[in-house]
Design a protein. Sequence first.
Length: 343
Amino acid sequence: MKIGVLTGGGDAPGLNAAIRAVVVKATNCGDEVLAIKDGWAGLLEGRLEPLSLNLVEDIEMEGGTILGTSRTNPYKEEKGEEKVLDNFKKVGLSALVAIGGEDTLGVANKLSKKGLKVVSIPKTIDNDLSETDYCIGFHTAVSRAAEAIEGLHTTARSHHRVLVVEVMGRHAGWITLEAGLAGGAHIILIPEVEFDIEEIAEVLKKREDNGKLYSIVAAAEGAKPKEGKELLTQTEEKDAFGHVRLGGIARVLAKEIEKRTGKETRATVLGHIQRAGAPNSFDRVLGTRYGVAAVQLVKEGKFGQMVSLKGTSILSVPLEKAVGRLRTVDRELYDLAKLFQAH
């Protein structure tokens, strides 16, 4: 068999572990693996090359993806679907392992309905794919953000300031919530729950009245005020999947907090540092388990499926269900975080 593998969308720590696992498992089964370069762009343009055991040696410890990635959407290209399906046949692929998030796997789901033999692996630091507890990259991103938030306590405490930390998260606040809890943020704002700026100001004033002369606010980039204002964007340009680039919530919040409380307030944007660098041990192991499981699904002919972690078990779920809706933070978990905001 010839098995193609691609990574699409934003890079995430743990991708290379999954790629390595696909190659090792497939090779042990006597199959050949072809690297599809730069996501769906590689299959559109026929850019594939062999992946050997030597090429994936030790890559599980590296961040990013050796395959390259892009946000190319075949359905935004002229005859894109036709080109992908034709190139799949022309190269002689028996199956495809697509590694990605909502957008990449949404394309995989559409192509699966057109007969493409595809198995998917969930990857997104936002952890917002349904039907799985964890996606590749999330744990490392949380660790990075939590370490940053924890570190900012020293400068906030030294200067008696409020620091607003902007964390990635367009529609789901998983990174902000868990990193905020782990890093000791005093207020956590996520896209799922609209915030009241006056309530934030009151909490910060209460902390100061209790002798706490500094505070940390962790805000997801997609957090929204109760007034229903639009999301803050860095640019009006949209990518191939219709997404604008979010950013600016920390700066706006810092200005509003300082105006309402009189406290010196500064904004910090974590940005791409959250997805950069080497994966932690959890994501290395998760990527490895996912890669092996994906090849096993290929060998069993179970296409149109996504590998999934439920508890401690690796399962498979219909790809259609995984991309059918976003997995967002439930209110119970957010209320748990709010328990600590005034302390």
